[in-house]
Design a protein. Structure first.
Length: 474
């Protein structure tokens, strides 16, 4: 069907004893690009379903040999089961309730119009597509570990390749660059876990969090009485604690220059001394450093040692901002939702289409950390089931601007149709096109909420947002 991205060729089975209805539906649905099978009896319908399967079954309630309600459960088989749409010329509340209770997704009364049938088919296929994507995402999330980069975009695959490459060089120094919140420490942990050093400790320290003297003492340790207030027994530094493993120096660009010289000696000699000590100790660690600064510019400004920069810059891994890996947002969102759902003891099954589009349209200046916080916020507010837009924090400040205006242009009304409805439909279409189908921005410009805009898109048959961000399933 037009504007519908359904995996494979959708299959429809029509079970009705009236030849006119069977052939009418066959012709209508085949013209929309669907594969259609027909059956004149309940027995034939079940047999054809078992042989070829179906995504949608149109089932007449009154069939020779057996009524439709009695065989409905037999048609709801397979993985995923077919969606059954009941056709009836005797639409009663009792029939409708019984059909829905036995698993029907809709009831269509005869006589019906082509538009009614196509509307049902489109809705069912869209829902099946979303369920398929959700199932895939949930399966993928279950496969992930706490030290695995979540994502399938080309940008994150490049990072994963670099991690695998450096994993074969367990002593090589690695510099991780990228904006705050992109997951630099996670990349460092992945490097550790994929090398022979994974059996040793992973020790992290933020170089911006401590004063120069405290940072020196933490890194190198100190001897008894090395300074006022020092422990009588001395203290082992992180270079000793991390022996055989990995030492992660977060925000290395914030390290004072005096300490930079001492770190350079460790990298060159693979030895260090405690504060107040005279004995050289072996530094059996891999150094992984990270920064959100441009260290080359810091070198030019004189705030970072050039010789240390080249020692650190043996292998560089740049972590992309979330704005450059939008297609990873659905997988990341489900990954975090699964984590928070388990922590909070809640049954959180996924996101509504509107909520997911909101997440995919936002620019995420705080990157993955901000996305994680937004999902935690939503998980707290949502009691169970699907996360909807109302559960998300206010993201309007970073992604859209409600004060935007569409370009000045003329909307021409046809002479035979100058109704307000026609004008509204054209206005909505124009705003959607000029905002590139950014639903949040279009709704803000039109002065309505997103749900109302979706209703108008359906009412005026304006199609579907093109190229909606999704996880890549390959």
């Amino acid at each position: 069907m037009k504007n519908l991205n359904f995996p494979g060729l959708p299959r429809v089975l029509v079970v009705d004893d009236e030849e006119g209805i069977r052939e009418g539906l066959r012709h209508l649905l085949q013209s929309e690009g669907l594969a259609v099978e027909t059956a004149a009896s309940a027995e034939d319908g079940i047999r054809r379903l078992q042989q070829k399967g179906a995504d949608i079954v149109f089932l007449d309630l009154h069939l020779p040999g057996a009524d439709g309600l009695s065989i409905l459960p037999n048609l709801r088989v397979g993985t995923p089961p077919a969606d059954v749409v009941v056709l009836t010329g005797y639409g009663t509340v009792a029939n409708t309730v019984e059909a829905m209770r036995k698993g029907a997704c809709d009831v269509v009364e005869k006589p019906f119009t082509p538009d009614r049938i196509l509307s049902v088919v489109r809705r069912v296929l869209e829902l099946r597509q979303l369920k398929s994507e959700l199932s895939w995402l949930q399966d993928r999330v279950r496969e992930l570990t706490s030290t695995e980069l979540v994502g399938l975009s080309p940008a994150i695959r490049d990072v994963q390749t670099r991690i695998d490459q450096v994993g074969h060089a367990p002593d090589t120094t690695v510099l991780i660059t990228g904006q705050s919140g992109t997951g630099k420490e996670l990349v460092a942990r992945c490097i550790h876990e994929r090398s022979v050093r994974r059996h040793g400790p992973f020790v992290a320290i933020n170089c911006a969090a401590l004063t120069e003297s405290l940072l020196e003492a933490e890194l190198f340790g100190y001897e008894a009485g090395a300074f006022t207030g020092a422990s009588r027994d001395g203290k082992a530094g992180l270079f000793q604690v991390a022996a055989g493993g990995t030492l992660f120096l977060d925000e290395i660009g914030e390290m004072p220059r005096a300490l930079q010289a001492k770190l350079l000696r460790v990298l060159q000699e693979r030895t260090f001394r405690r504060v107040g000590g005279i004995q050289d100790l072996q530094a059996d660690v891999r150094i992984v450093a990270s920064t959100n600064r441009n260290l080359r510019h810091e070198v030019e400004k004189g705030t970072f040692r050039e010789d240390l920069y080249y020692r650190l810059n043996v292998m560089t891994i740049e972590v992309p901002p979330l704005a450059q890996r939008v297609q990873d947002i659905p997988l990341l969102a489900h990954f975090f939702l699964d984590q928070f759902g388990r922590q909070m003891g809640k049954s959180l099954s996924g996101f509504t289409e509107e909520a997911m589009e909101t997440l995919c349209e936002y620019t995420w200046p705080g990157n993955v950390r901000e996305l994680k916080n937004a999902i935690e916020h939503a998980a707290i507010l949502c009691p169970s089931g699907m996360i909807d837009e109302i559960h998300l924090p206010d993201l309007s400040s970073g992604g859209t601007n409600g004060r935007d205006r569409i370009q000045r242009s003329v909307i021409t009304l046809e002479a035979e149709n100058r109704s307000i409805r026609s004008l509204e439909g054209q206005l909505v279409q124009r705003v959607l096109e000029e905002t590139r189908w950014n639903i949040s921005k279009a709704a803000a410009i039109l002065g309505i909420n997103r749900t109302t805009l979706y209703n108008k898109i359906r009412a005026y048959n304006l199609g579907q947002r093109p190229n909606r961000a999704k996880a890549v399933l390959s």
